[in-house]
Design a protein around this ligand. Structure first.
Ligand code: ZN
Length: 207
């Protein structure tokens, strides 16, 4: 059997490293690109390079943005006392699409998962604790919505965070809620349709 040229093989194996792309799709994509006009290829490669150089991680919420502080954290109209804790930036996008949440976010960067050797220290949990501790000194009520995915790891992470945050609250100023039912167990926020997600946010319950 004839072998593919080296450059194509290299591209195929690069595509195979992408989530959800198997060898067949990787091969199809590589050959698709081979037959597309040069400017499309140039645009695509530039976008890929730009995503690393231009996208910044927000120093307040750890979500993605175009500057040191993202557009959401920088918006005065957003309620800084209502903090939605999510696993990844992609979950921020999913919740933002509903256009109903007026608080801010805190992106953990994943969930606690002992099998993958991800403990609380690997996530932005300590940063969340400091943030809430500072907010609590301002003497106003704060709501933290734990919107990790309804998976075993997501639930365990939510419970861990709840325990950590409750240790800070000695005056009953902190309401901790969990994104509500409607999201099937094992679901991914990222793939939930908008109305299901809206119901889950509305149906949040105190944890
Ligand atoms: Zn931010």
């Amino acid at each position: 059997m004839a072998e593919f040229p080296q450059a194509i093989k290299k591209l195929i194996s690069a595509f195979e490293r992408l989530p959800g792309v198997g060898p067949k799709s990787a091969t199809r994509l590589a050959f698709y690109l081979l037959n597309t006009p040069q400017d499309f290829i140039a645009d695509l490669s530039n976008s890929i390079l730009e995503v690393k150089s231009k996208v910044k991680i927000c120093s307040a919420c750890f979500g993605v943005g175009e500057s040191e502080i993202c557009g959401i954290c920088d918006d005065n109209k957003r309620n800084k006392k209502e903090i939605c804790v999510v696993e990844r930036s992609i979950d921020v996008m999913a919740i933002e699409k509903m256009k109903t949440f007026k608080g801010v976010y805190h992106v953990l960067g994943g969930v606690i998962n002992p099998l993958d050797h991800i403990g609380p220290e690997e996530l932005k949990i300590a940063e969340l604790v400091v943030k809430i501790k500072n907010l609590l000194t301002e003497d106003e009520a704060i709501e933290v919505i734990l919107a990790t995915n309804p998976t075993m790891e997501g639930e365990a992470t939510a419970l861990y965070i709840k325990k950590k945050l409750l240790e800070l609250d000695n005056r009953g100023k902190l309401l901790i809620s969990r994104i509500g039912s409607g999201l099937p167990m094992g679901a991914d926020l990222e793939y939930a349709d908008e109305s299901t997600l809206a119901r889950a946010m509305e149906g949040r319950r105190e944890l």
